[in-house]
Structure formats: C-alpha cells, structure tokens
Design a protein around this ligand. Structure first.
Ligand code: ADP
Ligand code: MG
Length: 718
C-alpha cells in the first residue's frame, strides 16, 4: 500500500505568517468550496495534475541542469546580501558536490533552519553545471525520516488553497469516503458478456484506482499517466461514462412514463384535407428523400402517447424548417397549439418568415392565427398576443425565449420546436416541459441543430434523445469554393468584392467576435465598415452588430435582403439562419479565431441560390509576415470538405465537446476523465451496461449516479 507522501515544507515565499494560520484555514475552506470540492467523494475524484518525485535523493554530482531533484546536503555558509536586492544566500554540499540556494523572501524562522551545519532535505530545480549549481527558492526541511514510497501529488488548485492543505484534505477524504463497488458483479451472465465483449474483464476497483492515482509508486511509466491508458485511469473513465449513461437512460425511462397528446393527421371539420397535405401541395418544391424519411420518424413519435424528445440534425441549408413545419401541421390539425423558437429575434423572424408565409393562409381558412412573441414588444401588442395564445386562437406561436416565460399561458401546447437548440439552456427546456401541466401532460419537443453532432457525442451527451439526420441537400445547390488567403492580400479580396457587386451579387464580410472585449469587437467591425465603404465607392455597405437596437438591425437586414445593399459587414450575428440567395461571396476575417463548425455555419450563408459561390477565409500572418502555420493547417479542412459531419468530427478532435454542447450542459456536467475521441470502447460498454443495471440493480445504479453526479444530474435531464 503506498503511503501518503509527507509534504516537504514549502518554500518561504509560499507560506503565510504563523499568526494568519486560523484565517488561512477558513480561506482554504472557501477555496475548496469554490473548486466544487464539497463532499469527500469530490476530493477523492480531484486528481493530481502531475507528481513530484520525493522518493529518492539525487547526489549533486548527478544532477543535471534544469532537472527537478531532491538532495540531502549540509549547510556550509549562510548570509544575507543586500545588493542588488535583499536576499538570503545559502551554500550546501552533500559530499559529491555543492550548490547555492537563493531566497528573495524569507522569515527569521527559515534563516534558523538554514543555519550553518544543518542537514537538510531540499527540492528544487537545478540551474547551472558542475562549477556553479544553484536553486532558486527550493523547498526544504530538516533531513531525516523515511523517504515516501509514493510520488507526491500536485493538485489543480486556486488562490488561498496551498498544496499541503489540499493534500491533507484529499488523504482525509480518501480514508473516510465510501468507495464500495457499484458495478454489478461480473459473474452475472449478461454482465459478464458486456465486460468481455468490450475487453474489460479486469478493471481496477475504484479504491485501487483512486489510491493509485493520488499516490502512485515511482516505478510507473509516466506515459501511461499522460495518455490515461493506465488501468486506474480506465476504471475512472468507465465509471464516469457509466454515470452519464445511467443518468440519461434513467431520465429517458422517467419520460416514458409521462403522457403527451397523441397527434395524427386529421381532416378539418369542413372536410378539408389535413394541414400537412395542404402544405405539401403549396410548397414550390418536393421533399428530398431524407426530408421524407425524417418526417416519418417524427410523425411516428407524435402518434405515440409518450412525449417525443427528438433532435433533428441537418447541415445548413438541408431544409429542416419545412420538416418542422410539417410536424407543426400534425399538431395544429387536431386543434392543439405549436410553439416555434429561435435564439434571437432577427433569427426568429428571418427563419420563420417563409414558414409563416406558407402556414398563415392555411390556418386562416380554419379561423386560426399565428402569434408573435419577442422580448422588446410593445405592451399593447404583447397583451393582444398573450390573449391569442391563452384562448387557443393562435395555433402557432413564433418567437424567442419570450415564448417560454411564465406569463405565457398556452391553452394546449402540444409541440415545441426549438431551432438552434444548443443556444437554449436546460432551464428553458424544463420550463417548456411545464407548459402542458394543466392537462397533466407534457408537450412533444423537436430540437433542431445545424451543427452536426459527431456520433460519440450523440451517444454520450445526447443519450436521452432520439436523433434524426437529414443527410442530403436539396438538388441544384452549387458547391461553395473555399479559399484560404493571408490577410496581407486583403486588397485583392476587396477588389474581388467590387467585381461581385458589379455583377449584381451580394457579399458578407464577417469580423470575428472577440469574447473578452465586445467593445474592441465593435471597433474592429466599425473600422472594417469604414474601410470597405471607402474602397468601394457607389456600393452600399451596411454594418450589423450585436449591440445595435433591434429596429436598426431589422432595417439593415431589410436593405440587404431586398438587394439594395451590396455588402454587409457584421459580427457573427449572421451565423445562423439568414437566407439571402443572391449573396454569393462570404469573407471571414481572422478565420483562425473561429471553430471549424462555426466557419461551416457561416459559409452556409452563401451557395443558397443558383450562382457559383465562394468563401474566403482570411487568416492572420504574424509580424515577420510568416504564416500562422498551425492555424492554416486547421483551416485547410474547410477547403477540403463541405461535409458538415466531417468538419464536426475534426472540430471535436481539436476543440473538445464544449463547443458543441453550448448551453445544453453546464461546465459541471462535462466529462472530466473520459475522452470521447479515444474512449469509444468504454462508452459502448457503459451504454450496454446501464440498462442492465437499471433493470437488475436499481439500488447500485442510484448509488452510482449519486456518487458521480451528486446534485448535478438535473443538468442532464432536459
Ligand atoms: P436549414 O436546414 O439550414 O434550416 P432551411 O430550412 O432554411 O435550411 O432551407 C434552406 C432553403 O432550402 C430554404 O430556402 C428552403 O425553402 C429550401 N428547401 C428546403 N427543402 C427543399 C427541397 N426539398 N427542395 C428545394 N428547396 C428546398
Ligand atoms: Mg434553419
């Protein structure tokens, strides 16, 4: 059994004065809370960032420049120097060589420990060679005592929480915490099979794994820590993925117990055709095979008495809107209401204008209406809309987050459609689910996303959802040509814009959003707007940014949509939804600052009409004029493929899952140990084991979820 390493006294610079000890403890307590380390299990799962090897003493003669070493040596001289600044200089030697210790901050007590003749154990980084070795601010203490048998953990920490305190807290937690196994006994036949099929017959126990990861023996190959392939790591990753699967499959089961309205196509009272057939008849195109297939999947869900939670995925321009409109028809046919939401007002309007254009006349023939609900609405309008919604006269309610607000009382909301679902948070989805509570039911939910979610992500974070994919674009789209161009050649690009506008086309110019500074953002966009206006005399150049009042945004968009405006400079507000088929060139400045999926979304704003379209990715070159090679390498994927799924897969590799999940997950609920890019076999294992556990060992399942997710499991449920 590896023992907890005795912490070496920290260097003076890091220690608080003794009188401050009590205060320091409460500061440390607060810091623990801040790191989310509340329960013993949280501390037990707080793994070291790295380890220090205090298990051996290195003779000074063998210590190389730059090496972290622990030495045992005797002080031969100790003095305070005042120039160039006050410092304590201590000479030590261990019989094989000597070394100078240098401290710029020190207390009298430290000076005493470092007195001539003292035998010390010292740890630090060696600088210099045989003739002049030195350590700056090493840790030290009086020599003696056994060397620890295990490596010393160094934990992620925060201000006010010193390593020794955190180490003691973890050791204490490890002795107290219940780590009894929650995995079902592998002797049970179905469980055995799941283990062996996934090559997991021999896992460490959780206690073994944690003891090991906090205090590994020094003989372990560091590489197995680094790539997390060590069996101790495997166990933790397996446990974590299992908790995620259990929680999501459990919430799916809970949902299956709930009731939702059964929605099927119905003729109107006067014998008119069902709404969705009427809609199909007025559409100026016929559906693609993928749209039809997905439409049938949704219709089958809606005909069940269990609430649908389906994610509709499809690349930009794949035609999700019309599929959702057809679903809405099924709901509205039977006299129920349907809500349609987008994350911003501009998007809601842009996005659904066409859909409303199709549906409004059909609804009017049945004496029903479309209601519009957004944040900045006039009180009078809003009151009128709310009345329409409450009476049920509004069959379709379109808008932003405003649709979910508490004051909005639906008569009978049967289907909620959420566009760009990743921009809506958990709380909002939960609120929506309450909107049919008066009927003792929940509405069906259809969530749409233009960011294709890679399969492993769908299997893990979205395990509680059903997924439909539109994997085909409507016919007749011209592929977009993507070019990477160094920003030193911006002038050429501007000249090309001139030519496009001349030939009657329109152009988007996107300035990157710099998250840290919205103000800087704005000034960049404003400057670009001025530059382009000057370089393109006679062309109307517009500016759109997130801080503009809505009315102004609308006015700008209207000018661009109508074709009067040739160039639209904007921050990423056009990221989703804008549909101007005449726009044929998209220029993205500082493309290296965007995620690939984001770039793909932006690029999807062109190539929507018949004209040949292009996307120019301008990337920054550094001062010496050289290319940011890694940035360019990453961007090259954009030129190589137009396939959103392929791009998403590469993006996941590069940037991890956070980007895809957006508001769906709080940072808390993200996987900490498992890596979806490499741990697919563990994910498969967890996915197969979870239902068996829920069926046969509900008590173990509950314990496992509580241990891993504590109060956080709610985040996974909406
Ligand atoms: P997205 O999936 O990005 O939301 P939209 O629903 O906005 O895509 O559709 C993009 C464009 O394609 C719209 O103008 C829409 O009317 C049109 N469209 C949708 N389905 C088809 C189809 N089957 N054939 C031709 N055009 C279609
Ligand atoms: Mg859309």
């Amino acid at each position: 059994m590896p023992r907890a390493a005795q912490p070496v006294a920290p260097s003076p610079a890091k220690t608080a004065a003794p009188t401050a000890v009590k205060g320091a403890a409460s500061v440390a307590q607060k810091a623990l809370q801040k790191l989310g380390l509340r329960r013993d299990i949280d501390l037990a799962l707080h793994l070291p960032l790295r380890y220090e090897d205090e298990t051996r003493i290195t003779p000074l003669a063998n210590a190389r420049d730059g090496q972290m070493v622990q030495i045992e040596a005797t002080v031969t001289a100790s003095e305070i120097q005042l120039r160039p600044r006050r410092q304590l200089l201590v000479q030590v030697e261990d019989g094989t060589g000597s070394c100078e210790l240098r401290f710029f901050s020190f207390y009298p007590s430290h000076q005493k420990t470092l007195a001539v003749g003292a035998r010390l154990r010292i740890r630090g980084e060696i600088k210099g060679g045989f003739w002049g070795r030195q350590m700056m601010h090493p840790a030290f203490r009086v020599a003696g005592g056994e060397l620890p048998a295990a490596l010393t953990p160094v934990y992620p920490t925060t201000a006010g929480l010193p390593q020794p305190y955190l180490r003691r807290a973890v050791v204490g937690a490890l002795t107290r915490v219940d780590l009894s196994d929650t995995l079902p006994p592998s002797a049970e036949p179905p469980v055995t099979q799941i283990y062996s099929q996934n090559g997991l017959q021999r896992l460490f126990s959780l206690r073994e794994a944690l003891t090991f990861l906090h205090h590994p023996t020094p003989d372990v190959a560091l590489s197995t820590f680094e790539d997390h392939s060590h069996p101790a790591w495997q166990r933790l990753k397996a446990e974590e993925l299992l908790a995620q699967q259990l929680s999501q499959q459990q919430s799916r089961r809970a949902r299956d117990m709930l009731r939702a309205p059964v929605l099927r196509a119905q003729k109107a009272a006067d014998g008119a055709l069902p709404l969705h057939e009427q809609l199909l008849a007025v559409l100026p195109f016929s559906l693609t095979a993928a749209q039809r297939r997905v439409g049938e999947e949704i219709a089958a869900d809606l005909a069940r008495k269990v609430p649908m939670h389906r994610l509709l995925q499809g690349d930009v321009g794949s035609g999700k809107t019309v599929v959702s409109a057809l679903a809405a028809c099924l709901a509205m046919d039977a006299g129920w209401q349907c809500a349609l939401m987008a994350p911003t007002e501009i998007l809601a309007e842009q996005h659904f204008a066409k859909m409303i254009g199709w549906l409004e006349p059909l609804l009017a023939a049945r004496g029903r209406k479309v209601a519009w609900l957004v944040g900045g609405q006039k009180k009078k309008d809003r009151t009128a809309m709310l009345a329409l919604v409450a009476s049920g006269e509004a069959a379709l309610v379109v808008g932003t987050h405003a649709v979910i607000q508490e004051q909005v009382q639906f008569k009978n909301l049967a289907l909620a459609i959420i566009d760009e679902q990743h921009r809506f948070g958990v709380a909002q989805r939960l609120a929506l689910r309450q909107k049919l509570a008066a009927h003792g039911m929940e509405p069906h939910m259809l969530m749409m996303s233009a960011t294709p979610i890679p399969r492993t992500l769908a299997m893990s974070y979205y395990a509680d959802l059903d997924v439909s994919v539109i994997d085909e674009l409507p016919p007749g789209r011209t592929p977009i040509v993507t070019k990477l161009i160094a920003d030193s050649r911006k002038d050429e690009v501007i000249a090309r814009i001139g030519a496009q506008v001349e030939s009657g086309r329109q152009v988007y110019w996107v300035c990157p959003l710099i998250e840290e500074s919205e103000a800087l953002d704005l000034s960049n966009a404003t400057a670009t707007h001025a530059d382009l206006s000057e370089a393109l005399p006679g062309v109307m150049v517009g500016l759109l940014h997130s801080r503009m009042p809505n009315a102004e945004k609308k006015a700008v968009m209207a000018l661009f949509t109508s074709g009067q405006m040739g160039v639209l400079v904007s921050t990423t507000v056009i990221e989703v939804g804008v549909d101007v088929p005449n726009a044929s060139l998209m220029v993205i400045e500082h493309a290296e600052r965007f995620g690939l999926s984001q770039l793909h979304q932006l690029r999807g704003r062109v190539g929507r009409g018949a004209a040949a379209s292009a996307c120019v990715l301008l990337y920054a070159t550094n001062d010496s004029g050289r290319v940011g090679e890694t940035a360019k390498e990453r961007l090259r994927a954009m030129a190589e493929t137009n396939d959103g799924f392929e791009i998403a897969r590469r993006d996941l590799e590069i940037r991890g899952p956070g980007e895809f999940l957006g508001a769906r997950q709080s940072g808390d609920a993200l996987l900490r140990f498992a890596d979806l890019a490499t741990d697919t076999h563990l994910l498969e294992w967890a996915r197969e084991l979870a239902p068996v556990m829920l069926d046969r060992h509900p008590d173990l399942a509950a314990k496992h979820i509580a241990r891993w997710l504590g109060g956080k499991s709610d985040y996974l449920k909406a």
